[in-house]
Ligand binder design. Structure first.
Ligand code: FAD
Length: 141
């Protein structure tokens, strides 16, 4: 038996997939309902997302409209030794050329691979581990 804690979007999505795979599944939710209660037959959520980039803001990185981290085509931020990937960054729409947010797992995954490849090609002295660390950013050589 599998136990899933929390009946939000992801919990329900996982439970649905486990059940359809024939796995007995229990979902635990501390509220008296799963998902927000809504008085409607059909609800389409299209509210969009805004990245939480307070850490980048505090670090002085350049942010775009609605807060995404601005990166160049090599995924490098405005700080020379800091790269950023995923939902937190600002993308460029290939058709309009305008800045956009793109919160999808596929691009985030590819950006992770691309940035790892680019970092690997740099000399070790150029690399600093900046993500999610307090205080001074350490570099290694
Ligand atoms: C309900 C839902 C359904 C989705 N369905 C799809 C789908 O079907 N297909 C699809 O392509 N995409 C989907 N997405 C989008 C997809 O989940 C994201 O695009 C993807 O997870 C982005 O990856 P990421 O690594 O950039 O961010 P995340 O996966 O959000 O990872 C960021 C991580 O950083 C941690 N973090 C943040 N700030 C800090 C900090 N200051 N210190 C330490 N840790 C920190 C967070 O806790 C988190 O673990 C869905 C998203 C949601 C919410």
């Amino acid at each position: 038996m599998k136990v899933i804690v929390a009946g939000g979007f992801i919990g329900l999505e996982v439970a649905e997939n486990l059940l359809s795979a024939g796995v007995k599944t229990t979902l635990l939710e501390f509220a008296d309902h799963v998902m927000p209660p809504l008085d409607a037959d059909i609800v389409v959520m299209g509210v969009g997302v805004t990245p939480d980039t307070q850490l980048a803001k505090d670090a002085g990185l350049k942010l775009g409209l609605r807060g995404p981290i601005v990166v160049d085509k090599h995924l490098r931020t405005s700080a020379p030794h800091v790269w950023a990937v995923g939902d937190a960054i600002q993308l460029t729409n290939a058709v309009s050329g305008l800045p956009v947010l793109g919160a999808l797992a596929g691009p985030a995954n590819k950006q992770g691979r691309i940035s790892a490849h680019l970092l690997h090609r740099l000399t070790a002295t150029e690399i600093c581990w900046a993500a999610f660390l307090d205080g001074e950013v350490p570099c290694y050589s």
